[in-house]
Write a protein that binds this ligand. Structure first.
Ligand code: UT7
Length: 322
């Protein structure tokens, strides 16, 4: 028998405060036209003062458990993909574990792969499940990314937002064929400086703020995402036409459109939330998954392709039979 990690439920949470481009343009030297034309973004959600990454993550996790019909005491493992943890330590996932009322059951830890974080975390959880060490896992992408933005830097501050998404994975041992079929991860630290923060606990004792060479990241994204998607399709004997849903990292509508075109997929087979959510880093894919599962677009048995790239550079793709 082959153990597979089946997605049992999804959840999402966006902070209440949605800030439009027009509102942002009142305090940043930018325009709605520029942001929409270059990225497709029209608004982003911004967490309230005192609202932490663990709060966003806990909301999304509760919704995913309810959606799955699985009680919190069945959860063996909580993985939170985040670049904006509540604190340097403890792991935000342990705070989520406590907020969910797991009462010390199971184990929890964070994964840091920036915008590729959810694909990394999903692969980590899948490996625990396939190895038989875990039966039920909560995989969460959660960010208060706006807290590490430099609001004086218009080349980055207009691009990002806050939010959280979660999936419940459960081991299924049988011939059903559902579940995560494969994941493919890559990184190349030679490109650290394409997208980074100006500080960190070891270097400056502060978290620093985001800096990005947008054009450099864009060029890498187009090539590396195409390569990893090809690798993922090949590993499963699939071609673009076999994909029911492309659920990409939501950084830029132009990159999303480019990938869809390469795969031969029309916009009706692509889940895009970037217009309303902006780039929520590790949260963007699970937010998009939760939205498309909740409104009935993604259906059981369909093939879903995830892909993401971000700081590191780190990138990856996963293929799921939903
Ligand atoms: O999630 C991690 C992965 N990240 C990504 O995938 C991001 C990849 N990169 C991108 O999406 C794009 O490179 C950006 C959206 C970040 C930028 O778009 P671009 O078409 O590469 O613009 P650019 O950086 O070449 O800037 C073009 C112009 C510049 O002016 P000049 O030098 O041509 O006069 C910028 O100063 O646009 C100017 N500009 C702005 N103008 C108004 C830059 N930011 C802004 C702004 N508002 N917010």
């Amino acid at each position: 028998m082959t153990i597979r990690s089946v997605v049992r439920g999804t959840g999402a949470y966006l902070p209440a405060n949605a800030v439009t481009n027009l509102e942002l343009a009142k305090r940043v030297d930018t325009s709605d036209d520029w942001i929409v034309a270059r990225t497709g973004i029209t608004q982003r959600h911004i967490a309230a003062d005192g609202e932490l990454t663990s709060d966003l993550a806990t909301h999304a996790a509760r919704q995913a458990l309810a959606n799955a019909g699985i009680a919190v005491d069945a959860v063996d493992m909580v993985v939170v993909a985040t670049t904006t943890p509540d604190a340097t330590f403890p792991a935000t996932a342990t705070t989520v574990q406590a907020k969910l009322g797991m009462d010390g059951r199971g184990f929890a830890f964070d994964v840091q792969a920036v915008c590729a974080g959810f694909v990394y975390a999903l692969n980590v959880a899948d490996n625990f499940i396939r190895a038989g060490q875990v039966k039920t896992a909560l995989v969460i992408g959660a960010e208060t990314f706006t807290r590490i933005l430099d609001w004086e830097d218009r080349t980055t501050c207009v691009l990002f937002g806050d939010g959280a998404g979660a999936v419940v994975l459960q081991a299924e041992d049988g011939p059903g064929g559902r579940g995560i079929l494969s994941s493919h991860l890559h990184s190349d630290g030679r490109f650290n400086k394409a997208l980074y923060t100006t500080g960190g606990p070891s270097a400056t004792r502060e978290s620093g703020v985001v800096r990005m060479n947008g054009q450099e990241v864009f060029k890498h994204a187009v090539v590396k995402l195409a390569d990893v998607v090809e690798e993922a399709l090949k590993a499963n004997g699939l071609v673009g036409a076999d994909i029911d849903w492309l659920v990409p990292h939501q950084a830029n509508q132009r990159i999303i459109d480019g990938m869809a075109k390469k795969l031969g997929l029309g916009p009706e087979r692509v889940v895009s939330t970037v217009a309303r959510h902006a780039n929520t880093s590790a949260a963007s894919i699970p937010l998009a998954l939760a939205e498309a599962a909740a409104d009935g677009r993604i259906k059981q048995g369909q093939i879903v392709l995830l892909e993401a790239i971000g700081g590191g550079l780190a990138w990856g793709a996963s293929v799921i039979r939903w």
